[in-house]
Design a protein around this ligand. Structure first.
Ligand code: NDP
Ligand code: GDR
Length: 370
């Protein structure tokens, strides 16, 4: 039985990857951070009682800032594959926490690679590094390929640039099987709530249900190549099953603006919106609503712009060319963007219909802020 160790198992990708590897018969180990509240909601359905026999899912407390902890876990588990997904993954937040981001996203990767090297596991342990389209940053070329020059535009992107190159360096210097997956944005119903797709699908649903008036967004012109996380974790696994380690772009090849994504999300609920005005005065306004149950009337301003959400330096357009991955890994995304948005809106609708039902009935919800 193959053993995998996932850093960042409690995140979006960690949860989908853990599911995938368990379905392939792996023993899956994950590193979770100590937190003052439970932080394992995304993987709770995979939990197995450690007192049972043949447990294939195990969690270890740890942190990418802690070399000794990482080394001990890797020594204990002796994994065949390590997926280094742990990171401070929010681009905007990285401007506020640049040193921490450098430590975790940059040096954290070094700590994992160095632990494998020092433990003399290089011959056995294959490593996947969660690299990112944020490496491309300022547009040099469209679409972006494995050969497009990097020009990161945030502390996050710069930290990931270090991680990218240290992975290449350990591969070349020590013959390690270490790969960079240069993944473009990928989303799902369990995407973190402050990334723009999920922020929009949640807000659209809450506005339709009368639980929120409007949503403030930042740069509506930004264009991203959005895919489904479920598809993308398959590509991560495939990268570690090849004869030789290499780096691959994973993308859908299509790009969409934040503005158009908002229109798509509202439209999934039968709410047609149109953008009017310019710059900070631009607004998403309701044109029509085909669902009489929803509390949105024509002319309601549902999307507003707040410069607070603008970044000091922005990445204007990302669109990836995944030809190498298609040809060498035989990987193609299965989900279209509309299918992804539909799934996310439906999941948020279920979530907030339930919450509304409880609130309207005067029941307590689990919201600690109340
Ligand atoms: P998430 O933010 O959902 O998950 C990040 C994970 O990292 C969480 O499990 C988090 O733990 C963990 N983590 C954060 N800080 C530390 C730390 N100091 N030590 C150990 N673990 C830590 O990200 P995604 O799942 O979306 O992304 C996975 C990886 O892929 C990240 O490295 C991200 O930068 C990268 N990436 C993501 C893309 C995307 O579009 N989703 C695209 C390209 C790259 P906790 O739950 O406790 O916060
Ligand atoms: P990104 O994702 O920065 O691409 O990083 P995010 O969803 O945060 O932003 C995408 C684009 O939308 C614009 N935007 C807003 N973004 C947020 N979060 N909130 C807003 O209100 C808002 N309004 C407009 C942003 O400016 C940006 O242009 C994600 C992360 O998962 C990274 O970890 C990963 O490496 C990259 O994708 C690929």
């Amino acid at each position: 039985m193959k053993k995998a160790l996932i850093t960042g198992i409690t995140g979006q990708d960690g949860a989908y990857l853990a599911e995938l590897l368990l379905s392939k018969g792996y023993e899956v180990h994950g590193i979770k951070r100590r937190s003052s509240m439970f932080n394992t909601a995304r993987v709770d359905h995979l939990y197995q009682d450690p007192h049972e026999k043949n447990v294939r899912f195990k969690m270890h407390f740890g942190d990418l800032s802690d070399s000794m902890n990482l080394t001990r876990i890797i020594q204990e588990v002796k994994p065949d594959e390590i997926y280094n997904l742990g990171a401070m993954s929010h681009v905007k937040v990285s401007f506020e926490t640049p040193e921490y981001t450098g430590n975790i996203d940059g040096l954290g990767t070094l700590r994992v690679l160095e632990a494998v090297r020092l433990l003399k596991l290089s011959h056995k342990t294959r490593i996947y590094q969660a690299s990112t389209s944020e490496l491309y940053g300022k547009v040099q070329e469209v679409p972006q390929t494995e050969n497009t020059p990097f020009y990161p535009r945030s502390p996050y992107g710069v930290a990931k640039l270090y991680a990218y190159w240290i992975t290449v360096n350990y591969r070349e210097a020590y013959g390690m099987y270490a790969c960079n997956g240069i993944l473009f944005n990928h989303e799902s119903p369990i995407r973190g709530e402050t990334f723009v797709t999920r922020k929009i699908t949640r807000a659209a649903v809450r506005i339709a249900l009368g639980m929120q008036e409007h949503v403030y967004l930042g740069n509506l012109d930004a264009r991203r190549d959005w895919g489904h996380a479920k598809d993308y974790v398959e590509a991560m696994w495939l990268m570690l099953q090849q004869d030789k380690p290499d780096d691959f772009v994973i993308a859908t090849g299509r790009t969409t603006s934040v503005r158009d994504l908002s229109i798509m999300a509202f439209s999934e609920l039968g709410v047609e919106i149109k953008f009017k005005g310019k710059g900070l005065n631009e607004k998403g306004v309701v044109v029509s609503c085909s669902n009489a149950d929803y509390r949105v009337i024509e002319g309601k301003e549902v999307v507003l712009v707040d410069p607070e959400y603008h970044r000091p330096t922005e990445v204007d357009i990302l669109v990836g060319d995944a030809a190498k991955c298609r040809n060498e890994l035989n990987w193609e995304p299965k989900y279209t963007l509309s299918e992804l948005i539909k799934e996310m809106v439906e999941a948020d609708l279920k979530l907030f219909q339930r919450e509304k039902y409880l609130r309207d009935g005067g029941h307590e919800t689990l919201d600690y802020n109340e």
